[in-house]
Design a protein around this ligand. Structure first.
Ligand SMILES: *Cc1c(COP(=O)(O)O)cnc(C)c1O
Length: 808
């Protein structure tokens, strides 16, 4: 392993110097924030030198470069992770102790870079880690939002959104690269110029902004490979500072052009509700696409000259979902308008270079833009899309039956809209889903017409997670135990975790598995107490559902289960349960009323249950505010039950299911997303599966024979009562009743099948928790889950991308 410090002494000297340089003070009198900034700054500068060496090596090796375009990278904190990946965490920990400070305290000073909503952004971050680990020349390309996703506070049970000013105390990992800035044009009109027998196009009268890159190093485990994440910030081209306006006292007006430009990279949009069609979002998408393509082409030209026909051999452009869908038309534009290639030459290069991952089959999440808006903002890109669409239409064999219907479904332009998923598929040589069932659904329904035309494009890449962050870093006590048992190789190769299977027969080892879980529960209980004041019992079962709030994820069904158990405990003295803490965490998009009401319901149930001494030794409800990567790393290791209860067919893959499995939680879930693969790998007997399957859901919907009221009426005592309690003041004490939830569920005939799956869910929960008393077998199942979780390492996922899509 390469090492960035030759000795502890050398580290201490360099670190002292770094603190002094940054703060101008002696180490002993500096604050933790100064100490953190200096430490991260020092590690970042070491990482940049390794990055330069990595880059030289890649150049020499003639490596293919992979650019991973994603509008979100939910990277979380980096310090602890990079110390682990450089293999110096223990040394630094010891050195800091000698210097009279504490590494964990410094790590907590780091802002949590919340440049993503949830799963999609976290996946991109895990992929960066794995690309560096696999020694792939892989670069993230994204947006540098000035404000990350909002900070969530809970007031009277309600979610309150506060601006997330993550940059306010500086961000030591990034380096601004003004020399690499790219001019981006919006608006204007397309002008043709005749040269010989061809017409070339340019856009005139554009309003331009400057995309300025910030580079963040990505340290691979082992410290040999350091790649880069490049995020783009929007700035004005020139200052255009209006001195006259300023002198008149109109300060905002004086700097208006700066504000207009900076607005483009000011905020991260929520991904799940009501934010479609925002012009700024479209500007963001074009800005990070156009600037990122420029970076990729500049590097290629420097290494290979303008031999564009070689581009697919040396560059792969991967588009994470449809937000970077303009990669295709933008690359066409540059190759034709600037590099003078013909359409056919350019198209061949583009389609061999670009690949696309689909992330959702929810129809409301499929990205579309009104043609009028689009063509005005990006007239040349629109013309190219129009031509892509025309050629697509012309390629149809009109003698085949049903061609009209197929054309309607696959067109890029339809009904006055630009359909970004269709654009992504047509511009790509590879289209993948993110779990087996998801890819099957893409082939069978959502993208079926494309699949019929080009089946060879379609492939599955089941998601993964990085074991460095989510096991080694998040769960030190368990990691230590695992390493004692099977050695440290699992961090390099998570398949090694399989060797833990042997230890399932070792009772004393299983006791230690339980001890480690309890330590993590104590750690989380402390965090909860500090953050919310709530006291939870580390000897109760920790039943965990943490993820974005969404109707299809069915947090509602989970809290209805809690309401039902509470009712029965009060009513029936012969009924009892294993003591359980029901833990929820997650944000709802600010415009997603239903999801926010479910958050309020959970907190309102918590308010009643947690203050009822009749049940408190058996149940508590805990909502942890402001879910993000840093507290996720405390929650996953403490979980014993992993709630993965989405309506079958709706969750593309999920990744928290994998993180929780790796940390030894047992999945209580539906046959959805990667839960299916989890159950297959670990054996259904080691998880608890319930509810309708995808075919059953489809059948039920198709039958037209489902009536929500009938389900409620057939179970008046329990389900009926829970539904009534939404409106009868039982839980209204904190901030009122929940009529809107009741109405939403009933008026949409239980669209997410919360009522339909309710009983089988509660039954499954009771069965699962009744087996908790057999501690040894529970710990064995927990260990078995960890042992079989290696396949869900994102290293495996990335190797599949490398071999089957990027050919890098
Ligand atoms: C893993 C992760 C997610 C994704 O969770 P799902 O349950 O797969 O939706 C969301 N947010 C954070 C902070 C994560 O770490």
């Amino acid at each position: 392993m390469d090492t960035i410090f030759n000795s502890k002494q050398e580290f201490i000297e360099e670190y002292r110097e770094a603190v002094r340089e940054l703060s101008g003070k002696k180490f002993e009198i500096t604050s933790d924030i100064d100490r953190f900034n200096a430490l991260a700054g020092l590690i970042a500068s070491k990482a940049r030198s390794v990055s330069a060496r990595t880059d030289d090596r890649f150049k020499k090796e003639g490596k293919k470069r992979v650019y991973y375009f994603s509008i979100e990278f939910l990277i979380g904190r980096l310090l602890d992770n990079y110390l682990i990946n450089f293999g110096i965490r223990d040394m630094v920990d010891e050195a800091l102790r000698e210097m009279g400070c504490n590494l964990d305290d410094l790590c907590r000073m780091e802002p949590d870079a919340a440049l993503g909503n949830g799963g999609l952004g976290r996946l991109a971050a895990c992929f960066l880690d794995s690309m560096a680990h696999e020694d792939i020349a892989g670069y993230g390309n994204g947006m540098r939002y000035r404000y990350g996703l909002f900070k969530q506070e809970i007031v009277d049970g309600r979610q309150v959104e506060v601006a997330d000013e993550w940059l306010s105390r500086g961000y030591p990992w990034e380096v601004r690269r003004p020399d690499k800035a790219v001019r981006i044009g919006f608006g204007g009109h397309v002008v043709g110029h005749t040269e010989g027998d061809r017409i070339f196009y340019s856009v005139e009268g554009t309003e331009d902004v400057l995309a300025v890159p910030y580079d963040i190093p990505v340290v691979g485990f082992g410290g040999k490979t350091v790649n880069k994440l490049r995020v783009w910030s929007a700035e004005p081209i020139d200052e255009h500072f209006d001195l006259e306006a300023f002198n008149r006292g109109e300060y905002a007006m004086a700097d208006a052009s700066r504000a207009d430009a900076e607005a483009i990279s000011a905020i991260l949009y929520p991904n799940d509700a009501g934010e479609h069609g925002r012009l700024l979002r479209l500007k963001q998408e074009y800005l990070f696409v156009a600037a990122g393509i420029r970076t990729a082409l500049d590097v290629f030209r420097r290494e290979h000259g303008a031999k564009w026909e070689l581009l697919p051999d040396y560059v792969a452009i991967h588009t994470n979902d449809t937000h970077p869908a303009m990669c295709g038309p933008e690359l066409m534009r540059i190759l034709m308008d600037e590099e003078k290639l013909t359409w056919e030459e350019a198209w061949d290069i583009v389609t061999k270079t670009i690949s696309y991952t689909n992330h959702t089959i929810l129809p409301e999440a499929l990205e579309k833009w009104p043609i009028a808006t689009f063509s005005k903002l990006l007239p040349r890109i629109y013309d190219i899309i129009d031509e892509i669409n025309r050629r697509w239409r012309d390629s149809f064999d009109t003698s085949q039956e049903g061609w009209q219907e197929r054309l309607r479904k696959t067109s890029v332009l339809w009904d006055g809209e630009v359909r970004m998923a269709n654009l992504s598929v047509i511009c790509s040589h590879s289209v993948n889903g993110v779990a087996k069932i998801h890819t099957d659904i893409l082939k069978r329904s959502v993208l079926n017409d494309f699949y019929a035309l080009t089946p060879e494009k379609f492939n599955n890449k089941t998601n993964g997670i990085t074991p460095r962050r989510f096991l080694a870093e998040a769960n030190p006590s368990y990691s230590k135990l695992i390493t004692e048992a099977i050695g440290p190789k699992w961090m390099d190769d998570a398949d090694e975790l399989k060797k833990l299977v042997e230890f399932e027969k070792d009772p004393s080892f299983l006791v230690r598995v339980g001890d480690s879980k309890r330590q993590n529960k104590v750690r989380l209980a402390r965090y909860v107490r500090r953050e919310t004041g709530l006291v939870i019992d580390p000897d109760s079962i920790f039943d965990v559902q943490v993820k974005r709030f969404h109707a299809y994820k069915r947090q509602l069904m989970n809290i209805m289960k809690v309401m039902d158990l509470y009712n029965r405990l009060l009513d029936d003295s012969s009924f009892s349960i294993q003591p359980t803490t029901f833990i929820f965490s997650g944000k709802a998009a600010s415009s997603y009323t239903f999801a926010k009401e479910v958050i309020r319901l959970i907190n309102s149930v918590a308010d009643v249950v947690n203050n009822d001494s009749r049940v408190n030794d058996l149940m508590k409800v805990c909502f942890i505010p402001n879910f993000r990567v840093s507290n996720a790393q405390l929650i996953y290791p403490a979980a014993e039950i992993s709630e993965q209860i989405s309506t079958a067919g709706k969750e593309a893959s999920g990744t928290s299911n994998m993180k929780l499995m790796m940390n030894g939680a047992i999945t209580l879930g539906t046959m959805d997303g990667a839960n299916i693969e989890i159950a297959q790998l670990a054996g259904e007997e080691n998880e608890k599966i319930f509810g309708l399957t995808t075919p059953e859901v489809e059948e039920l919907r198709a039958s037209g024979n489902y009536f929500a009221w009938d389900v409620v009426n057939a179970d008046r005592d329990r389900l009926g009562r829970v539904m009534s309690e939404l409106t009868d003041n039982t839980f209204a004490g904190l901030s009122g009743n929940f009529d809107s939830i009741h109405n939403e569920v009933m008026s949409n005939n239980d669209y997410d099948l919360v009522l339909k799956d309710f009983r089988s869910y509660v039954d499954a929960w009771e069965e699962l928790t009744s087996s908790y008393a057999d501690t040894r077998d529970w710990n064995r199942r927990a260990l078995h889950n960890t042992a079989m979780s290696g396949w869900f390492s994102s290293d495996r996922t990335i190797r599949e991308y490398r071999d089957e899509i990027w050919h890098a």
